[in-house]
Design a binder for this molecule. Structure first.
Ligand code: ATP
Length: 528
């Protein structure tokens, strides 16, 4: 393995120009290296010429995407788009589509990009998605755009890959002074394409045999987990573009079509970071600690580095940005299409200029606005898929009744509900463990009150139709500090609490005995 890593062809030296903050990324273009990237084999797909789908409808439409262009599609949840590559190379945000195998997309806004000069031929059909009752007015929107910014993103990937290669070589030659791959933070306004860039960089990293950790700090999305969580997931094989939010399944779901991913999950409990910013920052710091120690453990992951997706952040959120930079030891900030923010960040991080590079990449003109209804619908589909799977991957969720009295249940606290004692409590970033154990206990009790409150009377009124996190913490061992620091085993859905019988009706993603661990009820509602 080690020798193989050393013999990978080095990328052109000019790529290291990228490391100079003044370099315009657009000037770095290495068509040959880019083309090689796209002529590699597709992980996760067979590419069998005999299609597994024989019932291709007659109303299929053929389409040719010229090389370097992208076919932009907005598929409402009420519509299923079936699309098949007939020839050429086509990819969705870095994940290559198999030739002659139909894929099925619904409720997505995607671009199918043709990276090679010869272009790609596709055929597609649309049909109604009967699994969804929808009042969406929009129909399928589709058009070909020649203004793809994928080349800029590929250049960014190549620059990161060159750094990984350097790190990998160093780690083989100097095992006593191990280095870590690039730790990239993606920042930008709302709908600037941050998540899309995270997907592109992750997918290309896999193609180049790298395994970065993908960190999702946008609790609205639920990446390899449910909305309300922030996660870190080592990415070692392709993403599942057909899944609800285009990421894929986890090991919680069992053996699957695509290799499932194993995320580290911290519960935040809300969709928006404003709802309890201190809890959010606290969980980021804890996730940072876990991720950095994960990098220490595994050489492949260490070489791969980190790719961090974020919620919309501006210079007003500089404390959050500074926290992320220090918690994850970020050394590259990529700003999406916002010159002012790039300059402001360069100024703010001037003192770190030798170890932190801020670069701007263009925002894609294809990034599509999503209204609240679309976002909520995508969250619902993500939750449904977590328990039930999708048309390709059926899961076997497990319904059972459990006694309310057997479980300790906390609830995430809304910052606005926690008024009086806010002023003297520490914020997540300034937290340090005190030597004095008593003081530490008092401090963690105070912090806990700020973040979670014990549900002294769990009932239908506070638990019906809610998503509840199962912590890794056994009930018997719970302490404020441990509860604050625990990760999440998985999520369950409580559909109904029978107050008279003291029973909760729950849905688990997998069959088995319900663990007697501490539960945390989130603010994420869901109606089966
Ligand atoms: N080139 C493109 N063509 C078509 N759709 C695109 C393109 N790039 C991104 N999108 C879509 O636009 C939507 C918004 O993009 P994305 O989620 O990456 O933005 P974001 O900055 O992460 O958003 P938010 O601020 O809401 O987290 C997504 O549905 C994404 O799939």
């Amino acid at each position: 393995m080690a020798i193989l890593a050393c013999t990978r062809p080095p990328y052109p030296l000019q790529i290291f120009e990228f490391l100079k903050p003044s370099t315009a990324l657009d000037t770095l273009f290495f068509p040959q290296v880019q083309n090689e990237l796209h002529r590699m084999s597709i992980p996760g797909f067979g590419g069998d010429a005999s299609s597994t789908y024989s019932d291709i409808p007659k109303d299929k439409i053929e389409l040719e995407i010229p090389g370097g262009s992208e076919w932009r599609i907005e598929v409402p949840h009420k519509t299923i788009l079936k699309v098949k590559v007939i020839s050429g190379v086509a990819e969705i945000f870095g994940t290559e589509l198999p030739v002659n195998i139909e894929i099925q997309l619904t409720g997505v806004k995607y671009a199918i990009y043709s990276p090679l000069p010869e272009g790609a031929k596709l055929e597609y059909t649309t049909s109604q998605n009967k699994a969804v009752i929808s009042n969406e007015s929009e129909e399928l929107v589709e058009y070909i755009s020649e203004e793809s910014v994928m080349k800029n993103y590929i250049n960014l990937h190549l620059a990161l890959e060159a750094m990984r290669q350097q790190v990998s070589d160093n780690n083989i030659l100097n095992p006593t002074t191990l280095k870590t791959g690039p730790k990239v933070l993606i920042i930008g306004n709302a709908t600037s394409g941050k998540t899309t860039l995270a997907k592109i960089l992750s997918s290309y990293a896999i193609k180049s045999d790298s395994s970065p950790i993908l960190v999702n700090l946008n609790p609205r999305d639920g990446v390899f987990s449910l909305p309300g969580s922030i996660t870190a997931t080592p990415i070692s094989d392709s993403l599942d573009i057909e899944s609800a939010n285009g990421w894929g399944f986890t090991t919680t779901s069992g053996s699957l079509y695509h290799n499932p991913k194993q995320p580290i999950v911290k519960n935040y409990g809300f969709s928006s970071i404003e709802e309890n910013l201190d809890l959010y920052k606290y969980q980021i710091s804890k996730l940072g600690v876990t991720v950095l120690s994960r990098l220490e453990e595994d050489v492949n992951v260490r070489n791969g580095g980190i790719i961090i997706d974020t919620p919309p952040l501006s210079i007003k959120d500089i404390t959050v940005i500074e926290n992320i930079v220090s918690d994850f030891e970020v050394n590259i900030i990529v700003v999406l299409g916002n010159e002012r923010l790039t300059i402001d960040l360069k100024k703010r991080f001037k003192h770190k200029a030798s170890s932190l590079t801020v670069v701007k990449v263009p925002k894609s003109g294809g990034v599509a606005d999503a209204d609240e209804a679309f976002i909520r619908r995508t969250q619902e589909e993500t939750i449904k898929e977590y328990f039930n799977g999708n048309s390709k991957t059926r899961l076997s969720p497990f319904k059972t009744d459990i006694d309310v009295k057997d479980h300790t249940i906390y609830k995430c606290v809304l910052a606005s509900d926690f008024a009086s004692s806010l002023s003297f409590l520490p914020s997540g970033d300034s937290y340090t463990v005190e030597d004095d154990q008593k003081e530490d206990k008092d401090k963690s009790d105070e912090e806990l009150n700020k973040y979670y409150t014990l549900l002294s009377e769990p009932s239908g009124s506070n638990l019906d139709n809610s998503i509840v996190a199962i912590t890794q913490l056994p009930q018997a061992n719970e302490s404020s500090r441990e509860l604050l620091n625990t990760s999440i085993l998985g999520y369950v859905h409580i559909s109904k609490v029978d107050d008279a019988k003291g029973k909760m009706k729950i849905l688990l993603p997998f069959p088995g005995a319900f663990p007697r661990n501490v539960l945390i009820s989130t603010n994420i509602g869901f109606n089966e």
